[in-house]
Design a protein. Structure first.
Length: 132
């Protein structure tokens, strides 16, 4: 089952980090705070089973698609920091500033992700449910 999957993580982390996004000087402090929480994750108190699942503390479920906030948020913040550092460099690369297949894929990522899941379901139904 999916309790807090990749799309949940993307939505919640985007919402949380959109608060600090304009303040680039806060990125290192938020990163250090998240790394502190990540390193002390087992010492955090039990809040609620839903919140614990979202944060990644006191897990009581087996899950297939699981991206807890505390363990994955530092990677997102490091990505935000790296994108700000490299933005000037990337603006000078002509290939990246043109419309191409990468921009089409990037603009349709959620649709492609959904089609991928539907494709896997159809594959499963066609090949694994037929009686021999």
């Amino acid at each position: 089952y999916v309790r807090f999957g990749v799309l949940h993580f993307i939505g919640i982390s985007t919402f949380i980090l959109s608060i600090i996004a304009p303040y680039k000087s806060l990125y290192p402090f938020v990163l250090l705070f998240c790394l502190y929480l990540k390193n002390n994750i087992h010492q955090l108190p039990h809040i609620n089973s839903i919140i614990d699942t979202m944060l990644g503390t006191n897990i009581t479920y087996n899950m297939l698609d699981y991206f807890p906030l505390i363990t994955n948020m530092p990677m997102v913040i490091m990505g935000m920091m790296a994108s700000n550092i490299n933005m000037d460099i990337l603006k000078n690369i002509e290939f990246l500033n043109q419309k191409n297949i990468l921009t089409d894929i990037g603009n349709n990522t959620l649709n492609l992700y959904t089609l991928h899941v539907i494709g896997l379901i159809l594959f499963y139904v066609n090949f694994f449910t037929k009686k021999i």
